[in-house]
Design a protein around this ligand. Sequence first.
Ligand code: NAD
Length: 279
Amino acid sequence: MSAYTFPTFPDLKDKIVLVMGIGQTRVEGSSIWGNGAATARAFCSNGCKVFGCDINLTAAEFTATRLRDEGGICDVMAADVTSSSDVKKVVDAVMEKYGRIDVLVNNVGMTRPGTPGSISEEVWDQQMDLNLKSVYLSCHHVLPIMEKQNQGAVVNNASIAGVSYIGKAQVAYSTAKAAIIHFTRVSAVMYAPKGVRLNCVVPGFILVPLVENLGKSDKEEDREVYRKITQHNVPMGRMGEPEDVANAALWLASAASKYVTGQPLVVDGGLTSQTGTGQ
Ligand SMILES: NC(=O)c1ccc[n+]([C@@H]2O[C@H](COP(=O)([O-])OP(=O)(O)OC[C@H]3O[C@@H](n4cnc5c(N)ncnc54)[C@H](O)[C@@H]3O)[C@@H](O)[C@H]2O)c1
């Protein structure tokens, strides 16, 4: 099994887990996992059967191969999470194979820079589709299944950019991430009587391959973002690891959190709990 030791939640064994955005940004020579890939790994290490999709099939297959090499059970397929028909195809494929979906993880998310004055309407719409509509679409197709099962857990991946300004003008991404937190909160109330819980993980600065890549970019603006993220003011004095995000998702999907719903679980080393004036 996995070289990293994830916590074990016995109720998760044999659960069917669907991860939207299971691939990861690839960085030559890097062995770190992306948030979504690490989350899939955490579920595999708990004996779950993972089904993942990604717009980039090669990236999804890279994760699946790593998981299978560690003894995990993982199937993947290509899908664009902004397309309702693609999302439906993925959900149908999981139902065809396993007949149920116990856990849904919405991991896809990506930022584009811009203030309200500078961001184009086209980029705004793309950001809303990718970061927010994608969450609605997967919930639209999966929640009726969980409702019929009278059981299920959804974990959405938000961001502290949806809670505070984090030093980078990214108005569309921040707005979409804030909306994910609220979508999760109000949907959780609607589904609470149906045995289905919805929560979100709200990551802070996490050292994932995507961030590593910014530091290696030949664009100065990317390297500047990398510097801001890595020369941070995190009270714990370090960035988070993808496994920190994965552990939070694992707990939120397990019965250990069975009385928790509608919550944003902030995983940021204390960053958003301070005023910025330091200690
Ligand atoms: N790294 C951080 O510091 C940080 C902080 C806060 C939140 N997050 C959130 O973490 C999540 C992603 O983390 P990651 O490390 O897994 O990122 P990643 O970019 O490495 O992986 C995301 C995967 O999503 C896939 N994807 C992109 N568009 C898609 C689409 N339309 N349909 C299907 N798949 C698509 C990509 O191909 C990629 O494989 C995002 O929601 C991001 O907002 C990250």
